[in-house]
Design a binder for this molecule. Structure first.
Ligand SMILES: [Zn+2]
Length: 197
């Protein structure tokens, strides 16, 4: 059906989050029926984003500039850092407009099972940021999983000697790659209900 070029397109689309073979075929068909208005603009947007996007050297966010728009924004509260597992969590918090401090993207959680150790995470850069001074609170917004809890303990032990308040968002919230499924009210409540770690 449709030849190898179209099959390849459908195959790639089907690998995207939230897509499957069926929705990939529908999307491909929609685009193929309007190549000038849908397909070519998408193709150039993909190429431009791929060229421009890079991890922020300060916080790990993905942006087309470095430092990212959040780290460069003078209106952000620079004394509060929110530590998240992934960029998706950061984007969810930003979309909800519930936090006005700065972020630090860990890039995962410690996991004995998967062999993820401290050196595999952006943990050293977090401690370095706090050591530089000016940070009074670090909010750990990590997953309510065993690995999330292990990581929070590990970070708390290392942050405490740096004379910084370490807090955790309310437990029972399925944070950690899953933040963006939460509605904004739940996100705000989780952040408000943070407690000492
Ligand atoms: Zn940044």
């Amino acid at each position: 059906m449709g030849g190898p070029e179209i099959e390849r397109l459908i195959g790639l689309l089907a690998k995207l989050p939230g897509m499957g073979p069926r929705s990939a075929r529908r999307a491909a068909l929609k685009m193929l029926q309007q190549p000038e208005t849908r397909m070519l603009p998408l193709a150039s947007a993909l190429a431009e984003a791929a060229r421009a996007a890079r991890p922020c050297s300060v916080c790990g966010n993905l942006d087309s500039r470095d430092p990212c728009a959040i780290c460069s924004d003078p209106r952000r509260e620079r004394s509060v850092l929110c530590v998240v597992e992934g960029v998706g969590d950061l984007w969810a918090l930003e979309r909800a407009s519930v936090f006005n401090g700065l972020y630090h993207v860990l890039g995962g959680t410690l996991s004995a099972l998967s062999g993820v150790g401290p050196v595999d995470l952006n943990a050293a850069s977090l401690l370095a940021r706090v050591e530089q001074g000016g940070v009074t609170e670090v909010i750990l917004a990590l997953g309510a999983t065993v690995d999330g809890a292990t990581t929070a303990h590990w970070l708390t032990d290392r942050l405490r000697p740096l004379r910084v308040t370490v807090t955790r968002v309310a437990q029972g919230v399925p944070i950690g790659g899953a933040l963006d499924v939460l509605d904004d009210g739940t996100l705000a409540a989780a952040l408000r209900a943070r407690r000492p770690s």
